[in-house]
Design a binder for this molecule. Structure first.
Ligand SMILES: Cc1cc2nc3c(=O)[nH]c(=O)nc-3n(C[C@H](O)[C@H](O)[C@H](O)COP(=O)(O)O)c2cc1C
Length: 317
């Protein structure tokens, strides 16, 4: 499966890097078709979570994140990736756009790919420096998306209220609960969220309603940080292409955070529950489209999550 001038082994390494992207419940909803002149990115319908992600929006975000990793892996091999986002069955195709002299930033972001993890545990009570916050905003802008930083106390309160509201809707929905259970036990081969990656068990004093992945009991005094940096990744327009674009921005954001020593975890409930998503959008001014809500801070180390083998990601023909 040579492609873009790379050997079969190199292509396998590039795809393994792509698949280290984050995805809802670690479903890894991506597949690749490899041809000599291109690598195509496709969604994997078998890895779709219809109750939590009815429109496949989060699957496309995850595919966009995998696409960003793939771009980095090609750049590190001296290839300028020529990416076309597509409206059809394939989400994107990547061709060889000439030579790319890999720079320091590419190397740093690529080094962050295996180090990045969703960190659901309490963060240290240390504020994120303004310069780091600016770097995160810039990372998202570079991928033609928008990062809204939740800054003032009133907005924080409103966002927190929407998280709680959507969380309640989802915990009362048996289909959403069933998907969570299916992907948190080891039923999903080489996927899902293992117990070691869950945060701590929710407690009544928690301000932010994090999704409960059946975490460990919380040691006394180990509460969530009182003041995490909360950001909303947004696209400038709605629809599948914008979601793949936002997924690339998501991954540049997460890798930039990792390279700055920061951790992040998602609070997707208010974006997944449609009527709450509309409220969140209005709260942000009504023009940008919220795609991911994250808390960012300084975390303690967490283990990696499993991934499928590259041979299981290949589409034939
Ligand atoms: C679109 C999207 C939505 C996600 N939503 C949540 C969420 O609401 N809560 C959460 O704890 N993790 C969420 N995650 C994180 C995934 O569970 C995580 O990426 C996956 O388990 C793989 O683990 P890793 O990120 O450590 O590689 C989300 C990830 C993506 C890409």
């Amino acid at each position: 499966m040579e492609a873009l001038g790379l050997t079969g082994d190199e292509v396998a390494e590039v795809l393994a890097t792509a698949s280290l992207a984050p995805s809802l419940h670690n479903a890894q909803p991506w597949r690749f078709r490899v041809a000599p002149d291109r690598i195509e990115l496709h969604p994997d319908p078998d890895r779709h979570l219809p109750a939590t992600d009815p429109d496949g929006r989060e699957a496309r975000l995850a595919c966009g994140a995998a696409l960003f990793n793939l771009r980095l892996a090609l750049q590190a091999r001296g290839i300028r990736p020529l990416v076309s986002l597509l409206p059809g069955a394939a989400l994107a195709e990547v061709r060889r756009g000439g030579r790319y002299p890999a720079d320091e930033e590419t190397r740093e972001l690529l080094a962050a790919v295996p180090a990045r993890r969703s960190n659901r545990r309490p963060f240290r009570d240390v504020p994120v420096p303004v310069a780091h916050r600016r770097a995160l905003v810039r990372a998202v802008e570079r991928e033609r998306s928008w990062l809204h930083v939740v800054a003032d106390a009133d907005e924080r309160y409103q966002v927190r209220r929407l998280v709680t509201k959507a969380h309640r809707v989802q915990t009362e929905d048996p289909a959403v609960r069933a998907e969570l259970t299916a992907w948190t036990t080891h039923r999903a081969p080489n996927g899902g969220v293992p117990a070691e990656s869950a945060g701590v068990l929710p407690a009544p004093q928690d301000e932010w309603a994090l999704r409960d992945f059946h975490g460990a009991p919380r040691p006394p005094g180990k509460d969530y940080e009182p003041d995490p940096l909360v950001v909303v990744l947004c696209s400038f327009y709605a629809g599948p292409l914008a979601e793949v674009q936002a997924g690339q921005a998501l991954q540049r954001l997460l890798l930039t955070a990792t390279s700055l020593g920061l951790s992040a975890s998602f609070m997707s409930q208010p974006i997944e529950v449609r009527q709450v998503r509309d409220e969140l959008r209005r709260l942000l001014g009504g023009s940008v489209v919220p795609q991911a809500l994250l808390r960012v801070g300084y975390g303690s180390p967490v283990p990696p999550t499993p991934r499928r083998a590259v041979r299981d990601l290949l589409l034939g023909g």
